[in-house]
Design a protein around this ligand. Structure first.
Ligand code: UD1
Length: 422
C-alpha cells in the first residue's frame, strides 16, 4: 500500500467473529436446525463449520446471505481434532456444549494467535465444579459428565475470562439445578450468546452483569439468531479515521459497545457523532497521543491495542499503553519500529513517542489485530508498505482491502505466498 490517503466515506460492519463462532458452537445444544445470521465471511467460520461437520452436524454456509445453518443430530459426536482446533482458538468452545449434551468431549487444546500463553484452567476448573472429570491426554482435554449429567454449582472465576464464561454458560444451561458464575465476563458477545440461549429456552439471570445465574433445563430448541456486530472492526475504523485525519461513517455498529474507545478517539482530537445505526468519526488535525490501559469489558479492548499503538506512533506527544491481558501482544512493536515508530516496552507497558511521519517498509502481520495495526500505520507512512502474512487479516476483517480502497486508500492485495515462520 502507498501511504498518505485520507480515509473518507461509509463502511458497514458485519457480525462479530468472536461471537458468530461461539453461536455456532451453541447450536450443538439443541437437536434440529439452527440458523446464525450476520456471520462474517472468514476462514474461521469455515473451520468451525468443518468441526461441527465432524461432530455429525450438517452445515450450510450461505455466503451471499451471510448465514450459516447447522442441522444438529440427536446425538452429536464428541471428538474435536487437533487439525481443526489448532487453527483457531474458538474451537475450544465446543467443549462446554458437548459435555452438557453428549456427556463427554475430547477436544484438542487449541492454537490461535501468537499473542502469548492462553491457559484453559478456568474452563477446566469450572467444568469440574459442575461435576465433570477433565483429564489432559495426548494433547486433548478429555471431559466426562457424571452419569446423571452435569450438576449446577457456584463458580467463581479468578479472572473474567471471555472463553471460560462462554464455555461454562453453555455447559450449565443443561445442568441439573442452579449454576452461579461469579466474576463472569460482560462482553457484548457474551450478552448476545445469552440472548440466543434464552431464545433456545435457557433460563439465565443477570445477563450483562458479572454474576450470571442459570437455572438448568432439560432440553433446548433450535433458533434463528443474528450475530451482534463486530465492535473491534468498528473500533478499527474509528481509529483509522483519526490517524488519517479522515471522515468515516460506520454503519451497523453499536457506539455503546465502544464507549472508552470512542472517548479516546475524542481525546485524540476527533469529533464523534452517533448516527441512527452507528457513528461517524471526523478528524482534521494531527491526533494527540492518548494513554490506554487494556482491561476486560467495559475497559479498553485488548484487541484494539495494536491500533492505538499505531495511532500514538504518529500522534503529537507521548503516551503510555498498558497491556493487561496478553503478555506477547507487544511482539508486533518491532514491526511498527520498522516503519519508524518510536516505542519502548517494559513488561506490559509501552511508551510511544509520536513521530510526525512514518516511513513505508516491508512488515509482517503476527496476528489478526497486529495486522490491522500495521495496515493503519502503513496508511500514514511515506511511500510503500507491504504487510506480509496477510492471511491473518482475512480471519478478522473480511474484504478489508476492498473496504479500504472504497474509503480512498491505495492498497492492493497480493496473492499469499508460503512463508517460513521459523
Ligand atoms: C477472547 C477473544 C480475543 C480477546 C479476548 C479478550 C475469541 C476467540 N477471542 O479470547 O480476541 O482478545 O477474548 O477480550 O473470542 N485466562 C486464564 N485461564 C483461562 C482462560 C483465560 O488465565 O482458563 C487468561 C488469559 O491468559 C488472558 C485472560 O485470561 O490473560 C483473558 O483471556 P480470555 O478472556 O479467556 O480470552 P479468550 O476467550 O481466549
Amino acid at each position: 500500500m502507498t501511504g498518505g490517503a485520507r480515509l473518507a466515506g461509509e463502511v458497514r460492519v458485519t457480525g462479530a467473529k468472536n461471537c458468530a463462532l461461539k453461536l455456532m458452537a451453541a447450536a450443538l445444544l439443541a437437536e434440529g436446525s439452527t440458523t446464525i445470521r450476520e456471520v462474517p465471511d472468514i476462514l474461521d467460520v469455515e473451520i468451525m463449520g468443518q468441526l461441527l461437520g465432524r461432530l455429525g452436524c450438517q452445515v450450510d454456509h450461505d455466503r451471499v446471505g451471510s448465514a450459516v445453518t447447522i442441522k444438529v443430530p440427536e446425538v452429536p459426536g464428541h471428538q474435536a481434532d487437533y487439525d481443526l482446533v489448532r487453527r483457531m482458538r474458538a474451537g475450544i468452545n465446543v467443549l462446554g456444549p458437548l459435555v452438557a449434551r453428549v456427556g463427554r468431549a475430547h477436544v484438542a487444546r487449541p492454537g490461535g494467535d501468537a499473542i502469548g500463553s492462553r491457559p484453559l484452567d478456568l474452563h477446566v476448573d469450572g467444568l469440574v465444579r459442575l461435576g465433570a472429570t477433565v483429564e489432559n491426554e495426548h494433547g486433548f482435554l478429555v471431559a466426562s459428565a457424571p452419569p446423571g449429567g452435569l450438576v449446577g454449582a457456584q463458580i467463581w472465576l479468578d479472572f473474567p475470562s471471555v472463553g471460560a464464561t462462554e464455555n461454562l454458560l453453555m455447559a450449565s444451561v443443561l445442568a441439573r439445578g442452579t449454576t452461579v458464575i461469579d466474576n463472569a465476563a460482560r462482553e457484548p458477545e457474551i450478552i448476545d450468546i445469552c440472548r440466543m440461549l434464552a431464545d433456545m429456552g435457557a433460563q439465565i439471570g443477570g445477563v450483562g452483569t458479572s454474576t450470571l445465574e442459570v437455572q438448568g433445563v432439560d432440553r433446548l430448541t433450535p433458533v434463528d439468531h443474528a450475530t451482534v456486530s463486530d465492535r473491534i472492526v468498528a473500533g478499527t475504523w474509528a481509529i483509522g479515521a483519526v490517524m488519517t485525519r479522515g471522515d468515516v461513517t460506520v454503519h451497523n455498529a453499536h457506539a455503546e459497545h465502544l464507549e472508552i474507545a470512542l472517548d479516546k478517539v475524542t481525546q485524540a482530537g476527533a469529533e464523534v457523532h452517533r448516527t441512527a445505526d452507528g457513528f461517524r468519526v471526523v478528524c482534521d488535525r494531527r491526533p494527540t497521543a492518548v494513554d490506554v490501559v487494556t482491561l476486560p469489558y467495559p475497559g479498553f479492548a485488548t484487541d484494539l491495542q495494536p491500533m492505538v499503538l499505531a495511532l500514538n506512533a504518529v500522534a503529537e506527544g507521548a503516551a503510555m499503553v498498558t497491556e493487561n491481558l496478553f503478555e506477547a501482544r507487544f511482539m508486533f512493536v518491532d514491526e511498527l519500529a520498522r516503519l519508524g515508530a518510536d516505542i519502548r516496552t517494559d513488561g506490559h507497558h509501552a511508551v510511544v513517542r509520536g513521530r510526525e511521519r512514518l516511513s513505508g517498509a516491508p512488515v509482517r502481520a503476527t496476528d489478526i489485530r497486529a495486522g490491522a495495526g500495521l495496515i493503519m500505520a502503513g496508511l500514514v507512512a511515506e511511500g510503500i508498505t507491504t504487510v506480509s502474512h496477510g492471511y491473518h487479516l482475512d480471519r478478522g476483517y473480511p474484504g478489508f482491502d476492498a473496504q479500504l480502497r472504497a474509503l480512498g486508500a491505495e492498497i492492493v492485495r497480493e496473492p499469499d505466498v508460503d512463508y517460513y515462520d521459523g
